[in-house]
Design a protein around this ligand. Structure first.
Ligand code: AMP
Length: 221
């Protein structure tokens, strides 16, 4: 199964992707995580993408396609993949479709987490993550058991450098201009399922899981 999670920054894609990929046995592929790992390792690629990420802009399509597509195709050969943060532009979505078609497959379902702009800034600026295991917390809605420390491995939590108020505005602008049109693209293909992302985390998860389950049933029948 190839599942795509769409939604603005701060919609909860990462949190839901972790849970959904566990339940459905999918590989969780986060383009943002891949890019952050490249930056952390100081690779050429990491250096090439840093300025875009810090400014809240999308990395150019040719770079992201080169980096992510091969991983998607590899994961698609296995038990399936949940795409979190890719595709994010029409060009990326078209390229993904072409490549999957050439391999005899296609996207099975797109779950769009719908969240209006207003709560996004508070959601993002309160976000903290573990640099060791990648677990994501929120200082108000999903706090760790001990303040500032990861529940799983005790590492001190950090704030992403692009999770500041100034950068969020740019990331939202990029989302509306470049990513939101993908909803129409997938709706036309009959692949879009919308989930109200303003509900609490468990409710969003249950609704997303049921939407995927009903789809998997259809795929299998
Ligand atoms: P995320 O962790 O998904 O919020 O991504 C963080 C940043 O990585 C984004 O603001 C972009 O600069 C970059 N990025 C991640 N995925 C993509 C993508 N599919 N296309 C372009 N840029 C991306």
């Amino acid at each position: 199964m190839i599942l795509v999670l769409l939604g603005p920054p701060g919609a909860g894609k990462g949190t839901q992707a972790t849970r959904l990929s566990e339940v459905f046995g999918l590989e969780h592929l986060s383009s943002g995580d891949v890019l952050r790992a490249e930056r952390k390792s100081g690779t050429d690629l990491g250096q090439r993408v840093a300025s875009y990420m810090d400014a809240g802009e999308l990395v150019p399509d040719e770079i992201i396609i080169e980096v992510i597509l091969a991983r998607v195709l590899k994961a698609a050969e296995g038990s399936g993949v949940l795409l979190d943060g890719f595709p994010r532009t029409a060009a990326q979505a078209q390229k993904l479709d072409e490549s999957l078609e050439a391999a005899g497959g296609g996207v099975d379902l797109v779950v769009s987490l719908v969240v209006p702009d207003e709560p996004i800034v508070a959601r993002i600026t309160g976000r903290r993550s573990c640099p060791t295991c990648g677990s994501v917390y929120h200082i108000a809605s999903l706090p760790p058991k001990a303040e500032g420390v990861c529940d799983k491995d005790g590492t001190a939590l950090v704030q992403r450098s692009d999770d500041t108020e100034e950068v969020v505005a740019q990331r939202l602008a990029a989302y509306h201009a470049q990513t939101e049109p993908l909803e129409a693209y997938y709706r036309e293909q009959g692949l879009l399922a919308e989930v109200d992302g303003t509900q609490d985390i468990d409710a969003v998860f249950v609704q997303s899981r049921e939407v995927v389950r009903s789809r998997v049933g259809k795929v299998g029948s």
